[in-house]
Design a protein around this ligand. Structure first.
Ligand code: ZN
Length: 314
């Protein structure tokens, strides 16, 4: 029985090294908003930093666990090997000049799957694609200090999942997860959630390389969105019935989550749109203070002492 289909991407979470370099890159270079400064709920002596649009809208979010001194990961099969953001089509040239001026590691724009793609790598080597996305009506974050609103990154566009045996992953995506095929181009196939389009597609790439190593500069997991907890409960029941190992519903403060692995090993999450990032601080103040969930608040002094100082000016 088919349940409610996923609505699109909710967020992508990756592993970084130095938290200050991470904040500087995503707020100053890419012009995203730091929408939450909290800790990894499963390892509270490290930050969990969330970047997105003005309100931290689901499908605008890229988040990081920064571990200073983390060893570098290695790209390969069984990993999410690229995270794509949409930008206005006429802004790609502006971004290319900006990256060159700032000395950011990037490639020349190219056409892939009928899209113009500008690939860059963040300070830890994480692969980010900026994709010219016509018709993207999202506004992104218009308050960035160094990126004019007209060129602002609009939000997540797609992710690339690399697989040594893509068929197994495709079977899960098009079967249980209800995605629909949306094009194919030389070893890459695109799958759409809901109505598809920007923020609601996943690319599965055939990858003959050895298994990748998940560490610094690689994606930890990708999350798909459902509106609320009721939809999430239906999902969880269906995944369990299909024989997948699924976690309990976990309270992530800004959404609730379940996690499971696809057959190639990529960790997937299903996260709710509710309640969002304004649940514990006003929208105008997002990201300025360290926020902790109620169950960690008693340990605040100890947690703060274990975290490096962060300067955020954008
Ligand atoms: Zn997550």
């Amino acid at each position: 029985m088919a349940g409610p289909a996923p609505q699109g991407l909710h967020h992508v979470t990756a592993i970084a090294g130095d938290p200050q370099s991470n904040v500087d890159f995503y707020t100053r270079v890419l012009g995203l908003r730091l929408v939450k400064r909290t800790v990894n709920f499963d390892a509270p002596d490290t930050y969990h930093l969330y970047y997105g649009d003005a309100e931290g809208t689901p499908s605008s979010l890229l988040t990081f666990f920064p571990w200073r001194g983390v060893p570098a990961g290695r790209q390969g099969s069984g990993l999410t090997t690229a995270t794509a953001f949409g930008v206005p089509p006429e802004s790609l040239g502006w971004w290319q000049r900006r990256l060159a001026e700032l000395g950011v590691d990037h490639d020349d724009p190219r056409t892939r799957d009928g899209e113009e793609v500008l690939t860059l790598r963040d300070p830890d080597g994480l692969v980010i694609d900026l994709v010219a996305a016509p018709g993207d009506t999202r506004s992104g974050w218009d308050g960035a200090a160094h990126v004019p609103a007209e060129h602002a990154v609009r939000g997540l566009h797609a992710v690339t999942v690399s697989e040594s045996v893509p068929e197994r992953t495709v079977e899960l995506f098009t079967g249980l997860l209800g995605m629909t095929p949306a094009g194919e181009d030389g070893g890459r196939a695109r799958f759409a959630m809901g109505g598809g389009g920007t923020g609601a597609v996943v690319d599965v790439a055939a990858d003959r390389r050895a298994a990748g190593l998940q560490a610094g500069g690689t994606v930890h997991h990708i999350a798909f969105r459902v509106p609320d907890r009721a939809a999430q409960e239906v999902w969880r029941a269906e995944l369990v019935e299909a024989g997948l190992h699924v976690t309990e519903i976990l309270d992530r403060q800004y959404f609730t989550s379940i996690y499971f692995r696809e057959p190639g090993g990529v960790l997937l999450e299903i996260a709710t749109d509710e309640p969002g990032f304004a649940v514990d601080e006003p929208l105008l103040e997002l990201g300025r203070a360290l926020k902790l969930p109620p169950w960690l608040e008693p340990s605040r002094a100890e947690i703060e002492a274990s975290l490096p100082t962060l300067r955020v000016d954008a």
